[in-house]
Design a binder for this molecule. Structure first.
Ligand code: SF4
Length: 389
């Protein structure tokens, strides 16, 4: 039986980190309950809301069993635990569920013993922490609310509460980060033995205050102290070797897990399996169609209160765009893609596209499997650009 993932977006934060390019807002906690009411309403009424918005949910998806929920943000751990319990309950009550992985994104400073116990009682069994760095000077420069000590405190609380699956995020390229502090963050992370690790490279674009400042050549937000591209690439390679030596399997460009701890929910994205997203800005994929809710939380609440889904983008995938997704999403997984299956399914030959990349040493082929060549994962963007030509 096919399975379905559920994503719930909580677009609220305590402050805005300087590097953040997400659509999240700092709002009064009085706004949380009306938002959660609307999310629960969207979950309960999703079939009718989709139909009214012109979205067709294939029968095979409508009756799929939900095995993963991912509550992301923003900072969903800011919500009252009762809100989170209501969201998980709404999924259980309105969809066929056999939940194996229920993830909550959390910021370390928001974790308390009471919250952790309530999360476990609500069925949350995985926590993804926005650690970003173990170096307080970097955390401060990035506008983060937590410090290194909060990570240790929060991790101990979660373990004591019975959370057996913890993921830590790190960012390579934060202002003030050096080769030494990056190595220290990796070593301290390994010392805390999370089951899963994500390493992201700092994104520089106009969507964040820090990115805009870097692009303008300014020095606010410590923009002048951001490592260069070569250093960032070196940091990524260091992460690969430190995490590999510590026993983590590198299964996706940005993700590592102890054996058996790859994120089941996130694998659905790269494998093009179906997921439904609820909340402002949440994206959904039915296998044939992609759509997203508008990201403005106020407009979302207004629309849902009026009984309407504020869908902004609906895209019926053509065979060509589905094939492109198979390649650039699939190749993010280090195990690679099954070219034989893709060629059969899409009635194409991919040999010409792959020949150039193989000749350049960027990919390797083993029977029907094609994957990024070892040591070339950090230049994956080049591979994707070439593939789409
Ligand atoms: S906590 Fe995360 S979502 Fe919120 S502002 Fe910081 S980076 Fe953005």
């Amino acid at each position: 039986m096919n399975t379905l993932g559920i994503y719930v977006q909580v677009p609220f934060c305590q402050t805005k980190c300087t590097y953040c390019n997400f659509h999240t807002g700092v709002v009064s906690s009085a706004r949380f309950a009306p938002y959660v009411n609307c999310v629960c309403g969207e979950i309960a009424g999703h079939r009718g809301l989709y139909a009214a918005a012109g979205i067709t949910l294939p029968a095979a998806i409508a009756n799929c069993m939900v095995d993963t929920i991912y509550v992301g943000g923003g900072t969903p751990s800011l919500l009252d635990p009762g809100h989170l319990a209501r969201i998980v309950a709404a999924v259980r009550e309105n969809l066929v569920c056999k939940l194996t992985e229920v993830t909550l994104e959390a910021d370390p400073e928001t974790v308390t013993e009471e919250k952790a116990a309530a999360w476990v009682a609500a069925g949350i069994n995985r926590v993804s922490f926005g650690v970003q760095s173990f170096c307080d000077a970097e955390l401060q420069a990035a506008g983060r609310m937590h410090r290194r000590a909060d990570v240790y405190r929060a991790a101990a609380i979660l373990r004591a509460a019975g959370i057996g699956n913890i993921s830590f995020d790190l960012i390579a390229g934060l202002p003030k980060q050096t080769r030494e502090t990056w190595r220290e963050s990796l070593d301290l992370l390994v010392g805390l033995a999370p089951e899963h690790v994500s390493v992201y490279l700092l994104e520089v674009d106009e969507g964040s205050r820090l990115g805009g400042e870097i692009l303008r050549g300014g020095n606010r937000y410590s923009a002048g102290d951001v490592p260069g591209d070569d250093e960032m690439a070196e940091f990524y390679e260091t992460a690969c070797s430190v995490l590999g030596r510590a026993g983590y399997e590198h299964y996706e460009i940005s993700n590592w897990g102890r054996p058996g701890f790859a994120s089941r929910h996130n694998l659905k994205y790269w494998r093009r399996e179906a997921y439904l997203g609820f909340g402002a800005g949440a994206h959904s994929f039915s296998g044939t169609e992609r759509w997203a809710n508008g990201h403005d939380a106020d407009e979302y609440v207004g629309a849902l209160t009026a009984g309407r889904l504020p869908v902004e983008q609906v895209e019926k995938l053509t065979a060509e765009s589905a094939l492109e997704e198979e390649l650039f999403l699939g190749l993010r997984q280090l195990e690679g893609i099954d070219v034989g299956r893709i060629e059969r399914e899409y009635g194409v030959s991919l040999e010409t596209r792959f020949a150039r990349l193989r000749a350049a040493g960027l990919i390797e082929r083993e029977g029907s499997l094609v994957r990024l060549a070892p040591g070339r994962v950090s230049v994956s963007n080049e591979v994707f650009v070439e593939l789409m030509k």
